[in-house]
Design a protein. Structure first.
Length: 201
């Protein structure tokens, strides 16, 4: 859902590789740290396990909470994952951005600033992404509807995605769940394994 690329790279978080770079991320300049003010979402999470909210409040929270790429420690990654897993977005709000095609999953821009790009990805029944890396970016994914299947691969020595890759694991993320990946973790493929339901992330 959100991605912070390395400084001076040229990728766009758009769901498919552009010129051999990140499958889902745009390279954007890092901005200086700013003092954090607790957002409405964080206030709600502090009081209860979930926070019913909207895109605007979620984007405000991500702008304040996501740090520069060199601050993406295990603790920071889990903090953002926790926020994404606890927020609940109204399906009447996000459904207006959905756009399904039979040939390929689609990507729709819903948030963008100097620190990250947020996209709504729509996966028809059985659709999957190519195996891809993230060009030095961080990538968080939240499942809004359906169940996501992620296949994780170990990069080969030459970093060639087209060459034979060792499959490490296959996992699923349920509705409202979240996951994270960067290049140190490996390559991955994302899919909608269902023959009956669409997937929105």
């Amino acid at each position: 859902m959100a991605s912070i690329p390395k400084e001076n790279s040229n990728s766009f978080h758009n769901g498919s590789f552009a010129s051999g770079i990140c499958e889902h991320a745009r390279s954007l300049k890092e901005v200086p740290d700013t003092p954090k003010v607790q957002t409405r979402i964080l206030q709600k999470i502090a009081l209860q396990s979930t926070a019913y909210t909207n895109f605007n409040d979620l984007m405000e929270t991500l702008r304040k909470e996501i740090g520069p790429i060199d601050m993406h420690t295990k603790e920071h990654i889990e903090h953002i994952k926790s926020i994404l897993s606890r927020v609940r977005l109204n399906d009447k709000e996000w459904s207006q951005y959905t756009n399904f095609h039979d040939g390929k999953y689609t990507r729709n821009l819903v948030g963008h600033d100097e620190k990250f790009t947020a996209l709504l990805l729509c996966w028809n029944k059985g659709q999957a992404s190519p195996i891809h890396d993230h060009a030095g970016s961080s990538c968080w994914v939240k499942v809004l509807s359906g169940t996501l299947e992620e296949t994780l691969y170990e990069p080969n020595d030459k970093g060639n995605i087209e060459a034979g890759l060792k499959e490490l694991q296959v996992g699923q993320v349920p509705p409202d769940g979240s996951c994270y990946i960067n290049d140190s973790i490996g390559y991955h493929k994302v899919a909608n394994p269902s023959k009956d339901e669409v997937l929105v992330t």
